[in-house]
Design a protein around this ligand. Structure first.
Ligand SMILES: *Cc1c(COP(=O)(O)O)cnc(C)c1O
Length: 465
C-alpha cells in the first residue's frame, strides 16, 4: 500500500468511525453472537495473495462488527467503562503512525518528557502532594505486580532477585476481602504464594478492612516468625466499590514499617473532583498508588497511572542496565523501562495531553459528576419500586440490586435476559454470598436519557420474572 492509499483509507476509516459513534445507540450493547460464530467465518489458513483493502473493510463490517461488544456505547453499565474519548483516539492514531518504541529517554525524548509532565498534571488533578513521581504502566495489574515486587524486595533487602525465594523467610501481604483478582495474581507471580496473602474481613457501608483485625494479623505473623512485607488497600474495589480507611491502614503500616499500595484503578478518576476525596482521605501517605485513566477518565486503553513516593525502590527492584541499553553522556534522564516490567513501551502520554488539553480538567469533572448524579438518581427511582431491592448503596456511580425475594439463579437469569435484550449491559457480582446485579455508570458520552432507558429496561424485565 502506498502512503497515498493509506491517507485515503484513513479518511474512510475516520468517516466510518464518526458514523459508528453517531449511530451507536441503535446497536445492542453486548455482542449477540454465539461462541464460534465469528471463527467460522475466518479463513482456516493465511492467504498466499494479497487482498484489496476495500474488500478487507467490507469483511470487517460483515464478520467482525456483529461480534463486537460496544464498550463505547452510552448504555454500557457493566464492569467498569473503558473509555476512548475522541481526542484520545486521535492521539492514538498519531501514535500508531509514528509508532515509536519509548523504552529509553533517547528512543524518544518527547515521550519520556511528556510522560513525566502528564503524570504530574494528573497528580495535581487528583490533589496528591508533590512528593509523588509517576509512570504509565500498561495496566493496573502490572502496577500492582510492580508494587508487590517492591514489597518483596524491600522486605528481603533486595536479595530476592539475586538469591531467589527458596530459603527466604515467609513474607506476608495484607489486603481486604474485597480486592480485585489482580492482587491475587500479583501474589502468585511474585512468588509470595496465595497462602501468604492475608485477606482481612471488611465491615461497614464502605466495606473497609477492619484495622484491628489487620493489626492482629500482623502481630500474629510476627510472633510466628513470618515477615510482614506490605499492605494493599482499595479505593473503589470492583465488586461493589469497597473503600478502605486509608488513614487507619497507613497508621498500621507506619507502625510496622510496611510498604503500602493503593488500588484505585476505577475510583481514582473521581478524585479529580475535590468533593469525592473524602473516600480516599489518607491516600497521600501511601508509597504506591495506581489508577486507570483508561477507565473513567477517557484515555484510550491502555493507560494506567502509577504514582510512587520513592521510585528508587521500584528502580532497585526492576532496573537492569546491560551495555546495549545505556545512554551515555546524558545525566538526569529517566529511562521509564526501568520503572516497569516490560522493556518495550508505547507512547501513551500523548493521549493524556490531548485529553486534558481538549476537555480541560473542569470538562472532565463535569462528566464524572453527571455520571455519579444520574446513577444515584436511577438507584433512588428503582428503590421506590416494590420489586427492586437495592443491596448495596451507591459508592460514586456503582451500586447493586436484585429482585426482592428471588434466588441467585433468578438473578443470573435476569442479567442474561437484560443482556440478550441489548438496550443496556449489566454484570453480576456476589455480596455476602448472594448474587446481585451491578449497576455502574461512566461512559464518556452517556446522557440522562440513557438512564431512563436503563430504568425502563430493568423494570420491564424484572417484572417479567
Ligand atoms: C479494573 C480494575 C483492575 C484491573 O485493571 P487492569 O488495568 O485491567 O489491570 C484492578 N483493580 C480494580 C479495582 C479495577 O477496577
Amino acid at each position: 500500500m502506498s502512503w497515498d492509499d493509506f491517507a485515503k483509507h484513513a479518511r474512510d476509516a475516520a468517516d466510518w468511525g464518526a458514523n459508528y459513534h453517531k449511530t451507536i445507540r441503535d446497536r445492542p450493547v453486548r455482542a449477540q453472537t454465539a461462541p464460534g460464530d465469528i471463527a467460522a467465518q475466518l479463513a482456516p489458513s493465511p492467504p498466499e495473495d494479497g487482498t484489496d483493502l476495500g474488500a478487507i473493510m467490507a469483511d470487517f463490517e460483515r464478520i467482525v462488527m456483529p461480534g463486537i461488544t460496544h464498550w463505547q456505547h452510552p448504555r454500557f453499565f457493566a464492569y467498569f467503562n473503558s473509555n476512548a474519548a475522541p481526542a484520545s483516539v486521535l492521539a492514538e492514531f498519531l501514535t500508531s503512525i509514528i509508532a515509536p518504541q519509548c523504552m529509553l529517554w533517547q528512543t524518544s525524548p518527547a515521550a519520556t518528557e511528556m510522560e513525566t509532565k502528564m503524570l504530574d498534571w494528573l497528580r495535581q488533578g487528583l490533589g496528591l502532594p508533590d512528593g509523588y513521581q509517576g509512570v504509565i504502566q500498561d495496566s493496573a495489574s502490572s502496577a500492582t505486580l510492580a508494587a508487590v515486587l517492591n514489597m518483596r524486595e524491600r522486605a528481603l533487602n533486595f536479595r530476592g532477585n539475586i538469591e531467589g525465594l527458596h530459603g527466604q523467610p515467609t513474607l506476608r501481604i495484607y489486603c481486604s476481602d474485597q480486592v480485585h483478582s489482580s492482587i491475587d495474581r500479583a501474589i502468585w507471580i511474585a512468588g509470595i504464594g496465595s497462602d501468604n496473602l492475608v485477606k482481612i474481613r471488611t465491615t461497614g457501608d464502605l466495606r473497609a478492612m477492619d484495622p484491628l483485625d489487620l493489626e492482629a494479623a500482623i502481630a500474629e505473623d510476627k510472633l510466628a516468625g513470618r515477615v510482614p512485607a506490605g499492605i494493599i488497600a482499595a479505593t473503589g474495589a470492583t465488586g461493589m466499590g469497597a473503600c478502605d480507611d486509608l488513614q487507619a491502614v497507613a497508621a498500621v503500616a507506619k507502625e510496622h514499617n510496611l510498604y503500602t499500595h493503593l488500588d484505585a484503578a476505577w475510583a481514582g478518576t473521581a478524585m479529580i473532583c475535590p468533593e469525592f476525596r473524602t473516600l480516599w482521605a489518607g491516600a497521600e501517605q501511601f508509597d504506591s498508588i495506581v489508577f486507570n485513566p483508561h477507565k473513567w477518565l477517557g484515555a484510550q486503553f491502555d493507560c494506567a497511572a502509577h504514582f510512587l513516593r520513592d521510585p528508587d525502590v521500584l528502580r532497585q527492584t526492576l532496573a537492569i542496565r546491560p551495555e546495549y541499553l545505556k545512554t551515555h553522556g546524558a545525566e538526569d534522564i529517566i529511562d521509564y523501562s526501568e520503572w516497569s516490567i516490560p522493556l518495550g513501551r508505547r507512547f501513551r502520554a500523548l493521549k493524556l495531553w490531548f485529553l486534558m488539553r481538549h476537555y480541560g480538567m473542569e470538562g472532565l469533572r463535569v462528566r464524572i459528576r453527571n455520571h455519579v448524579m444520574w446513577s444515584q438518581a436511577l438507584c433512588e427511582r428503582l428503590r421506590a419500586e416494590p420489586e427492586i431491592e437495592v443491596v448495596t448503596n451507591p459508592i460514586l456511580s456503582l451500586w447493586t440490586f436484585k429482585v426482592a425475594g428471588t434466588s441467585d439463579d433468578d438473578t443470573q437469569a435476569l442479567v442474561d435476559r437484560i443482556n440478550d435484550d441489548g438496550r443496556i449491559y449489566l454484570t453480576q457480582t456476589n455480596v455476602d454470598g448472594t448474587k446481585v446485579i451491578r449497576f455502574q455508570a461512566g461512559q464518556f458520552d452517556c446522557e440522562q436519557r440513557d438512564f431512563d432507558v436503563a430504568f425502563d429496561t430493568i423494570l420491564e424485565l424484572a417484572r417479567a420474572t
